[in-house]
Design a protein around this ligand. Structure first.
Ligand SMILES: Nc1ncnc2c1ncn2[C@@H]1O[C@H](COP(=O)(O)OP(=O)(O)O)[C@@H](O)[C@H]1O
Ligand SMILES: [Mg+2]
Length: 413
């Protein structure tokens, strides 16, 4: 659908470079988009430049821009272009001036003429590289990119970690999305700095499920407007006894359009720079801003139940997600399952109707879940060794592993 196409231009725009940390300068993350023949000659995966991690992205600029986690993890983009291809050049300049402004965008081209080079350098493109380039030439481009990024790095926004984002989205209401978001966040908070943001502005229950009554909510972040910074975010985020931080949904009824894509872009960048993991409890509807949040997420937990409507609605959601190129980030969670013979769950029929795998099943266990949600603690605290506890743990471990793998390997389109 066209919605996301418009939104890609927004992704990452306000992000500051996060290549440097307190200790000095950490690895500069270079992503290369090369033409097939150039890529065949230059063995990108084996290029070795000190202080630099290099990976190839196989796909056009559009696909790179649409891959928000990949954009977030790129400090320098080397992209091969044909300087005579005016539309391609315009698209690259637009990216370099907009969503790619925080990274160094380097254009690589064959048969570079002086006039083409001049034209490229007059735009927001940081540097040009001849094709084929030597490792030394690439090294020089890396050094000048690093210097440029360091110059631009300002104050608080520059340093920070590079957290991941997981969005939980219900195929329909009442299927357990908020329960899963809250319980998963509690598990992850055992080893990580985790922030949950309840974006379900009209029916949010995250704070309730964690037994918190925060004075400040998402509304205060929205009202902060330009003043939204790390200090303010940390002030609004309520601390749970487990160490988990929570931004609650507004106390009073808030219009879905009170949230904007620009706000989401800024909030999620800020959150990911200051927490290891950001968990989103999504409202289950499609708006410009929810689409952007999904696009910025590394992983999307699509929650549903094994009922006719649950399966049908999950398929509908998958259609939208797949149409936006987010299909491979989806993990389908079947909640409130009842085991059949030999204690097994039967999801074969549902999976074939949905034409998609069921990644995780969670048992129906109302006593355990309601006790945990009433007290605002992990289900492991109220009922040890229950099936649901084990399944929740397996799910959260697998999701965390998937994210770690995606972050370290890089990706191809
Ligand atoms: N696995 C489960 N077993 C039993 N009850 C559950 C389970 N998951 C959720 N529930 C219950 O279902 C209700 C709705 O859950 P909730 O997380 O608020 O749904 P959603 O956020 O999708 O609207 C809650 O009362 C919760 O206690
Ligand atoms: Mg909910």
């Amino acid at each position: 659908m066209a919605m996301l196409a418009r939104l890609t231009a927004l992704a990452g725009r306000t992000t500051a470079p996060d290549a440097a940390d307190e200790a000095g300068v950490s690895a500069l993350r270079v992503t290369m988009i090369l033409a097939a023949d150039t890529a065949a000659q230059a063995d990108v995966e084996r290029m070795n430049i000190a202080g630099c991690s290099i990976r190839a992205f196989r796909g056009p600029l559009d696909a790179f821009i649409a891959n928000a986690p990949m954009v977030r993890r790129t400090d320098m983009l080397v992209i091969e272009i044909d300087p005579d291809d005016a539309p391609a050049l315009a698209a690259l300049e637009e990216f370099a001036a907009g969503p790619g402004a925080r990274m160094a965008v380097v254009a690589a081209a064959r048969d570079l003429t002086i006039s083409a080079t001049r034209r490229l350098l007059r735009s927001s493109i940081a540097d040009v590289l001849p094709v084929p380039f030597s490792l030394e030439e690439l090294g020089q481009a890396v050094e000048s990119a690093r210097a440029g990024l360091a110059r631009r790095m300002t104050g608080d926004s520059g340093r920070g970690r590079l957290g991941s984002i997981i969005a939980f989205h219900g195929a329909l209401g009442g299927v357990g999305t908020s329960m899963i978001a809250a319980q998963a966040a509690l598990h992850w908070a055992e080893t990580k700095q985790v922030l949950v943001i309840d974006l379900d502005v009209q029916r949010g229950t995250t704070a309730l499920y964690l037994n918190l009554k925060p004075r400040l909510t998402l509304n205060d972040l929205i009202d902060a407007d330009d003043r939204l910074d790390v200090e303010f975010l940390k002030m609004v985020a309520e601390r749970h006894q487990s160490g988990l931080s929570v931004v609650a949904s507004p106390n009073d009824m808030t219009g879905l359009d009170a949230v904007t894509p620009e706000f989401i872009d800024r909030l999620l960048d800020l959150a990911a720079q200051n927490y290891d993991l950001v968990v989103l409890d999504m409202p289950g509807v499609w708006m410009d801003w929810t689409a952007l949040a999904m696009q910025k997420a590394d992983l999307i937990g699509l929650v549903t139940q094994l009922s006719v409507s649950g399966v049908q609605q999950a398929r509908r959601q998958l259609d939208v997600l797949e149409a936006n190129g987010l299909g491979d980030r989806v993990r389908l969670v079947m909640n409130r399952m009842t085991a059949g013979l030999f204690g097994k769950y039967d999801t074969d029929e549902a999976a074939s109707v949905m034409r998609a795998p069921v990644h995780f099943c969670l048992a129906n266990d109302f006593p355990a879940i309601s006790a945990a949600l009433d007290e605002g603690v992990s289900v492991s605290k109220v009922k040890m060794k229950s099936r649901i506890e084990k399944e929740l743990r397996q799910m959260t471990t697998a999701m965390a592993d998937d994210i770690a793998a995606a972050a370290s390997v890089g990706a191809s389109a």
